[in-house]
Design a protein around this ligand. Structure first.
Ligand code: PLP
Length: 377
């Protein structure tokens, strides 16, 4: 089955009981047992729910893994993954990961005894250097948020294999439509499904997929033990949203390429970060490991004041956190998504006050250009 077909027919196709063409919302917490321990595969909805199970089977197939998991948010997915590790274990983590990822690792999991080194995961030598005897995993995001730096998943997977550590990839920005980290050697891929997978700004959810069956068992044990699971209603919404992932990503991509090119040609903007631009340092690598470049652009308008004025003037770009929805969103990472990163560290990373991030929606691209034009004037 090719990917576009898989997005429509993958996983559990419809409802065998009734012939309903989509899996219904099983809004239920428990299941009748015919005798003690004798049941139809479901006992209690934290452990497993038919609607969530359909979503989990679907994402596993779409990402090319063996086992899928649905959580109440991307951070719930990550926190459950981090619970695989023990006190004293060391992690190597990308240095410009999502702000919430940085926060949960530094302020929650290090308190519980995990050790962490942040490195630029696009620098393979730096990744190698950061690995210690007690390192258990490398966690990376590619492209990164908001600077769109690209890391070589296959090469980092090679380092991980050689050192006997896991590679965990946050695939939120690319989605399985453009990039499949498990095929490139990663052990776990996870998503904030709140973004492109849901796609309509109406659900908060997280998904994870493993390839190795034992790792799948371990993660299922943690999912059930911790219980940060996705409810049946939201599982259904995600299943519904993901059916159109292919056509949405194609539209996001086309609009983003046009906008990035238009922005790059302006002389009142300092820097345009988009892996789809041939001038981007990660362009060739992105082309090699993914089938598209995604729908995120960041650019520096020169100052915090100008960024604020742009945000105040735009009509079609909604000022909001989040990304990946059908409507275009605009934000200033330094003051919003990345505000939890200390100012000195933001400066170090290049997340300047004038950096504007846009998540390009699927509106008519000419309206988006006209809107940015008047806002930048
Ligand atoms: C939003 C986001 C997360 C966190 O996901 P939630 O669903 O908000 O918990 C993690 N990683 C990336 C790249 C994100 O954009």
């Amino acid at each position: 089955m090719r990917l576009k077909t898989k997005l429509i027919h993958g996983g559990i196709d419809g409802d065998a009981q009734t012939g309903a063409v989509v899996v219904p919302i099983y809004q239920v917490s428990t299941y009748k047992q015919e005798a003690i321990g004798k049941h139809k595969g479901f006992e209690y909805s934290r452990t497993g729910n038919p609607t969530r199970h359909a979503l989990e089977t679907y994402i596993a197939e779409v990402e090319g893994g063996s086992r899928g998991f649905a959580f109440g948010s991307g951070m719930a997915a990550l926190s459950t993954i981090l619970s695989l590790f023990n006190k004293g274990d060391h992690l190597v983590v990308g240095d410009d990961v999502y702000g919430g990822t940085y926060r949960v690792i530094t302020r929650v999991f290090t308190r519980l005894g995990l050790e962490v080194t942040y490195v630029d995961t696009s620098d393979l030598e730096a990744v190698k250097q950061a690995i210690q005897p007690q390192t258990r995993a490398i966690i990376l995001e590619t492209p990164t948020n908001p600077l769109l730096k690209v890391s070589d998943i296959e090469a980092v997977a090679g380092i991980a294999k050689e050192k006997g550590v896991l590679l965990v990839v946050d695939n939120t920005f690319m989605t399985p439509y453009w990039q499949n980290p498990l095929d490139l050697g990663a052990d776990i891929v996870y998503h904030s499904a709140t973004k492109y997978l849901g796609g309509h700004s109406d659900v908060v959810a997280g998904l994870a997929v493993t390839k190795d069956p034992q790792l799948g068992e371990d993660l299922h044990f943690l999912q059930n033990s911790i219980g940060a699971v996705l409810g049946p209603q939201d599982s259904w919404l995600l299943l519904r949203g993901m059916k159109t992932l292919g056509i949405r990503m194609e539209e996001h991509e086309a609009n983003t390429r046009t906008l990035a090119k238009w922005l790059a040609e302006r002389n009142d903007i300092n820097r345009v970060n988009y892996p789809g631009l041939p001038s981007h340092p990660g362009h060739e690598l992105a082309k090699r490991q993914a089938r598209g470049f995604g729908g995120m652009i960041s650019f520096d308008v020169g100052s915090g004041e100008r960024a604020e004025s742009v945000l105040a003037k735009v009509k079609y770009f909604t000022l909001a956190e989040s990304l990946g929805a059908v409507e275009s969103l605009i934000s200033v990472p330094a003051r919003m998504t990345h505000a939890s990163i200390p100012p000195e560290r933001r400066q170090e990373l290049g997340i300047t006050d004038g950096l504007v991030r846009i998540s390009v929606g699927i509106e008519d691209v000419q309206d988006l250009i006209d809107d940015l034009e008047q806002a930048l004037a």
